[in-house]
Write a protein that binds this ligand. Sequence first.
Ligand code: NHX
Ligand code: ZN
Length: 690
Amino acid sequence: MNGSLPPNKPQNQPPRPNTPPKKGFNPLWIYLLMGAAFLYVWLNYNGFEPVKTEWQEVKEQMLPQNDVERLTIITNQDRIEVFIRKEKLEKYTDRLGNTPPKTGPHFFFINQTEFAVYKTVETFNEACEAGERTDDRIVKIETDTRYNYFARAMEWLMFPLILVFIWFIFFRRMTRNMGGGSFGGGGGIFSVGRSKAQLFDKDNKNKVTFKDIAGLEEAKVEVMEIVDFLKNPQKYTNLGGKIPKGALLVGPPGTGKTLLAKAVAGEADVPFFSMSGSDFVEMFVGVGASRVRDLFRQAKEKAPCIVFIDEIDAVGRARSRNNGFTSNDERENTLNQLLTEMDGFGSNSGVILLAATNRADVLDGALMRAGRFDRQIHVDLPELKERYEIFKVHLRGLKLIAGFDVDFLAKQTPGFSGADIANVCNEAALIAARKNKADIDKQDFLDAIDRIVGGLERKSKIISAEEKRTIAYHEAGHATVSWWLEHANPLLKVTIIPRGRALGAAWYLPEERQITTFEQLLDEMTATLGGRAAEELTFNKISTGAINDLEKVTKQAYAMVAYFGMSDKIGNISYYDSSGQQEYNFKHPYSEKTAELLDTEVKRLIDASYKRAKSILAKHRKGFIQLAELLLEREVIFSEDLVQLFGNRPTAADSDKPRPAGKGKKEKGDKEAPAKAKETPPSDGQQSIF
Ligand code: NHX
Ligand code: ZN
């Protein structure tokens, strides 16, 4: 392929946009064609057009005065051209201009009298020959057929030209859509095989350094080592070690993989090529592979350097074994080329590959074997302390109210990624600005968090009083059930203000934990079903609104049964596939019989949880109804208000337990449910599933 970056380019030049110099296709032939056409026209045109005259004039004046040298009958144009003798030209300067051309034609007339012309000229010539008019010379008469070659050529060329034009436009648009490369800058169809890597040199303006990254301590150490490999390779090779070829950054979206890579670029002082895995994937066959080749050729020219491929799963997805209709040959070729290139350079050649993905499980095994992406650097969602650090970074530029509690923010945002936190900070600033505040306070941040978790608040959505009631009871159901469950997430607030797609929501503050127990899963399911249960209990009617709850519960129950081995009937079996190989398999890895069993187990779990939710609601009916009515009135209720209604959240001893077995099902601390004995579900039947 074509060289796009001169090998000897000085390192301190500003970074070049990813448009290599224009080469390859030459539109010269189109210009040549046009040039030839113009030349032809120009040569045939001597700057003089014959002047129109009439046969009458020729016959009665020009011929008798012996001015005509010859006549040319254009057979296919009904036109006769008149050539005037050189010595007689000045007679006609008033009509032909001051410098009439020596060669004609000078006049033409419309040929309706061809026969008469012949006759007249013949008579004239005969008279000359007979010596009747001695000063006269014979007038020649010729015929000519004149074609408009240009027009004819155009007729022939028109169709192919239109085709070429359409093809051109189409391809141009296609490459632009797919590659994002600009056509004007030399991209276009004729450079599809070139890599789109963006080169950052050390003087890049918006440079990121490790100081700009909060959290990610372990990942930073790993990545810093890679920088060190490039800076002091001897330190490692002296001892006989080999420099690794690549490292894979793995982690959920928004956790800072790309940022980490950028920091490497900023710190390493070596050229840094950055591209996205999807840049390799193009509609044309063979393009991906040739882009890989081109990328590595460029990288080797610039070694030592770092090549960063973002979203590598776009190319690195495991090659399918069954080469059926699910296979993607083009992508596999690209991957094969990538594997070949990674083996192709010696490990000390100074090119280190960094790649980022949020789906390491789907990557091809060959990509991750030793000698390729040797090391995996896990970039996880930030934990409390890390979120605190990240908040501090993003709050740097913001005008905060005095005494702002950053720690509180970190506590309120479990499960947030670095990108989410950046978003919260920005959103908070915007919200404060909208309210014309001088500085940003805690409430702005809370609103920003709500907005990012739940979407835009839609206060103006018109909801009928009846629907409002349903919503309030639904949410009160969630709140009540979760309140009385020991392992359910602590409630933050309940709201019936529509937000995003939801008409109302119960907000929890999930506990940060690494593993989840069966009891926790069960309690969460029960709390999620509390909304539907509340609708059924209070109105004896159910609504479609619970779709999201039911979806969540169903997935949860399926995961418990099929993945976590939490059903006795299925046993300690997991049909989870972490290799991602099964993803395109339409067949389940289990028998039909097991499939049925899974279904019944899922149903049993959900049914039991639903009954449990209903029983809790029935038991705490009074508080539940009070809560719903309060919610209708206030629209938002915080956990503090719930303490007023229900008392403190029960401890392990007095909350509703899924394992009654005679001892846990005592309703201590519940004074608002006088009908408790009646509402308590029969304690055999459903026990077996727990
Ligand atoms: C609709 N929305 O789609 C209306 C506007 C039962 C009182 N016709 O369970 O709002 O019915 O506890 C993410 C989050 C769909 C995705 C919420 C997709 C909600 C929410 C349907 C309350 N709160 N349902 C709830 C609700 C609805 C829906 C979602 C989603 C309702 C319920 C949505
Ligand atoms: Zn709900």
